[in-house]
Design a binder for this molecule. Structure first.
Ligand code: PLP
Length: 388
């Protein structure tokens, strides 16, 4: 736990979260709780592995990277009970560029792609970038928990829908989808010949007793129309190392992804990403378990604070991810969106609900921060709510 208390100064380190925010919103002295990266240093094993590589001093093309693939295979087996084969893994510089490339390959302009709002904003960008149309099947909130709208989905899946980009676990509403929900969704996609691109970048970040299920493990029938996107980046705070793994168990889609990636990425991972991934997937288990504990305590603290001092805010408690979705429609924001109100009056940078296709009365907050950062942010927010 102690390691997550240690604060590291992130200003002036080319950090999007800290330095980028000043330009983006023209602000200073704010508490950044927006983009999904954590305020915690990566596991010591990563730092040591990267130091060794730096001291070696040569950063040429990687090759024969079997230990990298072995690390990915072992992690999936150990953490997800998922048996995969090395040749199912396609490294990519990120999940977003990978999904964009895949969509480009499996769709034609004007085809339709389904997503479920409110959802990670790049889902919209990726679909638009390849000239396709977003078909939104909004999630429905019931008693503080978001659910899929299967009846709506059934109506929306029509001939021109080629792909479904699933966010599992879901950013920003924090759902860890149950096997039953995924089964229903998978059957619907199968029936309508829709390829499922399952973005599982948050799949290691799940709080007990919830359990993440890899989409192709729900039902063997789903193997042939599903692509699974994973990465160590959210789990271990390595986004700047730009290393993701797209895993394709089905032979036909594997051929399509393999050919596309060999055109766009040359299909080898980033040198530093290789070292970091090998280190975290081999030694990162206890770090991750402690991280989940720490983040869950932050969520508990937030929940208690809201119940006690800001009951007009409704917390959608996440089952996974370190992101929380706050419904502020009962707050008097003086005509501002929840995001603007929080920024201007509390000096806290959240993410605007509307960025995710949600209401402007919602915000997303990143709780992968030190407890004292959270305490300060909540104090500022509750003072903002009280001042009239
Ligand atoms: C659901 C989801 N997919 C993808 C990404 C980004 O992936 P990458 O940095 O590997 O492109 C994020 C980042 O927050 C995310 O939440």
């Amino acid at each position: 736990m102690i390691k997550f208390e240690k604060s590291v100064d992130r200003r002036d380190t080319d950090s999007m979260k800290y330095d980028g925010v000043e330009d983006l919103y023209n602000v200073k002295d704010v508490i950044p709780m927006w983009v999904a990266d954590m305020d915690f240093a990566a596991p010591q094993e990563v730092i040591s592995a990267l130091k060794l590589k730096v001291e070696h001093g040569i950063f040429g093309y990687p090759g024969n990277t079997f230990k990298y693939y072995e690390a990915v295979v072992n992690w999936m087996k150990r953490r997800h009970n998922w048996e995969i084969s090395e040749d199912w893994i396609f490294p990519a510089p990120g999940v977003v560029p990978a999904i964009t490339a895949i969509l480009e390959e499996i769709t034609q302009p004007n085809d339709k792609v389904i997503i479920q709002s409110p959802v990670y904003h790049h889902f919209y960008n990726m679909v638009h970038k390849v000239g396709c149309e977003v078909v939104d099947s909004p999630l429905v909130e019931r008693n503080g928990k978001y659910e899929m709208d299967f009846e709506g989905l059934e109506r929306l899946i029509c001939n021109n829908v080629k792909a479904f980009v699933l966010c599992s676990p879901h950013n920003p509403v924090g759902r860890v989808w149950s096997k039953k929900e995924l089964q229903k969704l998978g059957e619907l996609c199968l029936k309508h010949n829709v390829t499922v691109i399952s973005d599982e970048i948050h799949n290691d970040l799940v709080f007990k007793p919830n359990k993440h299920t890899i989409f192709t493990e729900v039902d063997p029938q789903f193997v042939d129309n599903t692509i699974i996107c994973t990465a160590p980046s959210k789990t271990f705070n390595l986004a700047g190392l730009q290393t993701a793994n797209i895993i394709v168990p089905g032979e036909n889609l594997r051929k399509i992804v393999g050919e596309k990636f060999s055109k766009v990425y040359n299909s080898f991972p980033n040198t530093m990403g290789i070292e970091a991934t090998k280190a975290v997937y081999k030694y990162g288990d206890s770090w991750l378990d402690e991280l989940l504990d720490y983040v869950e305590r932050n969520i508990d603290y937030l929940q208690e604070y809201i119940e006690d001092k800001m009951p007009q805010i409704k917390l959608i408690r996440p089952q996974g991810t370190y992101l929380v979705w706050l419904d502020m429609k009962e707050v008097d924001t003086k005509g501002l969106s929840a995001f603007e109100f929080t920024l201007q009056n509390a000096k806290v940078v959240a993410e605007p609900g509307e960025k995710y296709g949600g209401p402007s009365s919602s915000i997303r907050l990143n709780l992968a921060c030190h407890k004292k950062t959270l305490e300060k942010a909540l104090k500022q927010l509750s003072s903002a709510l009280q001042s009239k």
